[in-house]
Every structure is written in structure tokens, then in C-alpha cells.
Design a protein. Structure first.
Length: 59
């Protein structure tokens, strides 16, 4: 499976609870934190919900 590097680039302050929970579910808690996930439909859907807060690149 392909891997994705997901980096939190914007704050979740003043964002809906659903977006905050999505970031936590991805494992992103601090600014500029990077996590790696497999490229699955579930992860793609989570990224789509918070695409304005994260940057994604293929690992």
C-alpha cells in the first residue's frame, strides 16, 4: 500500500468539533506534526474533511 505523510499546517482553534475530532483521529495534535498513514478510502475521507488544515504528500 502507498503511504501518505500528513502534516498539520493550520490551527483547529474556532473550528467545528467534528474537524477537531478528525484531526485527533488522524493522530495530529500539535502544529507541524507529521504522521504517516496507508492510503485507504477511510483516510482519504478524513483528509477531505480537514484538507484546509493539513498538507498531504506521498511518502
Amino acid at each position: 500500500m502507498a503511504k501518505l505523510k500528513i502534516k498539520k499546517v493550520r490551527s483547529a482553534i474556532k473550528r467545528p468539533l467534528r474537524q477537531k475530532r478528525t484531526l485527533e483521529a488522524l493522530g495530529l495534535r500539535k502544529m507541524n506534526q507529521v504522521v504517516e498513514h496507508d492510503d485507504t478510502p477511510v483516510i482519504q475521507g478524513m483528509i477531505a474533511k480537514v484538507e484546509h488544515l493539513v498538507s498531504v504528500e506521498k511518502a
